[in-house]
Write a protein that binds this ligand. Structure first.
Ligand code: NAD
Length: 417
């Protein structure tokens, strides 16, 4: 369809999401257990993404050159056709809407598979799309692995975009390989925050705890779950982190005063409690949390206190495995090279955070750390800034112009007259 018309559809959809902000936010809050404010923020992000990619549509351009007189070579970028999107549970609406935006803007249709844990807002998104978009452009499925696998293997699906765990990403990449279907993978993380000795301990602790995304109970791929702190600041940073963690209100997620709601499912809840109990036996020091909160009204939900372990090493499971829960591991370092080995010595490479006012150290560390997205004395994400993993955290950059182009295929036309 004409580009102006396509962009118009996406902008209408973006506005419609904002009109339904309260409902969509509340759906994600009750379905996933994440704090209401954050889930309303996800509606804003989804709307912004649709507008961002709508604005970039006319930048999907080819290249031209002439090899000799009477000759023109040019490239076109064409959509794949049907794109399958497979989503996790932690940002239900956001991943449904935001992760469809680039594929739609590039002229594809999408089939989204919502997480089996939190499908409600995706179904509501489908209803909203029905009011605005032509029939069949956005399709939403619910279901688990069997459903996702059937999508990946379907002969009409030419492009697959996955957000999920490393183990799921590997299975999907293998299935996609059978038909050589183009797949992009946004997978898990076990992300270091590196605190240098010149840092302000209060600020550093604040970055560490804020970076955990506790309003999603730490169920966030970009969470700063490995705190690599220099030995000179270890004591002070830990003391501040403990205070901050203990001040975080745990409770019913739709009450605005609360920061942490329940864990998404019983399976995930038990997995986190198992990590906590095995870490106690593996020799790390429990600094705070690690328990189910005492309040009576929280006894029947999957609530866990914000938890900090100190003296974690790479021999302890939580030193290197993604927990996807409100659990932070503090690891002390002394020598720069051994800190870099700690930061890079895991299979993941999603994000890293660096806290120092020493520009040279910050830049050198940003260069050496094996991660796709690095913060220096900063937090948050912005549309236009490429987000994606290195190593087993996946491949393919999102939230940026490259994502838009990744939903097109290049055709070269070699013409003589
Ligand atoms: P998951 O891997 O269990 O499931 C993700 C999706 O894959 C679900 O929709 C699931 O039904 C589907 N699925 C599972 N097996 C499949 C198969 N064989 N074929 C096709 N589809 C299949 O992940 P989760 O528990 O829902 O989410 C948590 C994970 O997602 C964490 O590892 C987290 O780090 C990651 N994540 C990554 C990003 C990122 O941007 N890098 C963002 C959010 C979450």
């Amino acid at each position: 369809m004409p580009l102006k018309e396509l962009a118009g559809f996406l902008i209408k959809l973006a506005d419609k999401l904002l009109e339904n902000r309260d409902e969509l936010g509340m759906m994600d809050c009750v379905d996933s257990g994440n704090a209401l404010n954050g889930m309303k923020g996800d509606v804003d992000w989804s709307s912004d993404s649709l507008k961002y990619f709508a604005g970039l549509i006319s930048e999907i351009k080819g290249e031209t050159f002439s090899e000799k007189p009477g000759h023109l070579n040019f490239t076109r970028r064409q959509p794949y056709g049907v794109v399958a999107k497979i989503n996790p549970f932690n940002h239900p609406l956001r991943f449904c809407a935001e992760k469809s935006a680039a594929a739609l803007a590039a002229g594809n249709t999408v089939i989204v598979k919502a997480s089996e844990q939190a499908p409600l807002s995706s179904l509501r998104f489908a209803e909203i799309c029905e009011e605005i978009l032509p029939e069949g452009v956005v399709n939403v499925l619910t279901g688990g692995a069997i459903c996702g696998d059937a999508m990946v293997r379907h002969e009409d699906v030419r492009r697959v975009g996955v957000v999920g765990s490393v183990s799921t990403g590997k299975i999907i990449a293998k299935a996609a390989a059978e038909d050589l279907t183009h797949v992009s993978l946004e997978l898990g993380g076990k992300n270091p925050i590196i605190i240098f000795p010149d840092a302000d301990p209060k600020k550093a602790a604040n970055f560490a705890v804020k970076g955990m995304n506790m309003n999603r109970q730490g169920q966030s791929c970009s969470s700063t779950s490995r705190v690599l702190v220099h030995k000179d600041l270890h004591h002070e940073v830990l003391k501040e982190m403990k205070k901050l963690a203990e001040d975080l209100p745990v409770g019913l997620p739709w009450l605005e005063k609360n920061e942490l709601g329940p864990i998404v499912s019983e399976i995930q809840y038990k997995k986190i409690l198992n990590y906590i109990s095995s870490t106690k036996n593996e020799g790390a020091d429990l600094i705070t949390g690690g328990e189910i909160p005492k309040e009576q009204e929280l006894q029947n939900g999957f609530f866990i206190q914000p938890t900090i372990f100190d003296k974690v090493t790479m021999d302890i499971k939580i030193g290197k495995e993604e927990i996807f829960g409100p659990v932070m591991s503090v690891i002390e370092w002394d020598d720069y090279e051994s800190m870099i080995s700690l930061a890079n010595g895991i299979e993941y490479g999603l994000t890293a955070m660096i806290v120092t006012d020493n520009l040279k150290l910050a830049m050198e560390t940003a260069e050496r750390v094996e991660a796709g997205y690095v913060w220096i004395n900063s937090t948050g994400r912005y549309l236009g800034a490429p987000y994606g993993g290195w190593k087993q955290s996946g491949f393919g950059q999102e939230e940026c112009f490259d994502e838009l182009l990744s939903y097109t295929q290049i055709k070269n036309v070699n013409m003589r007259w």
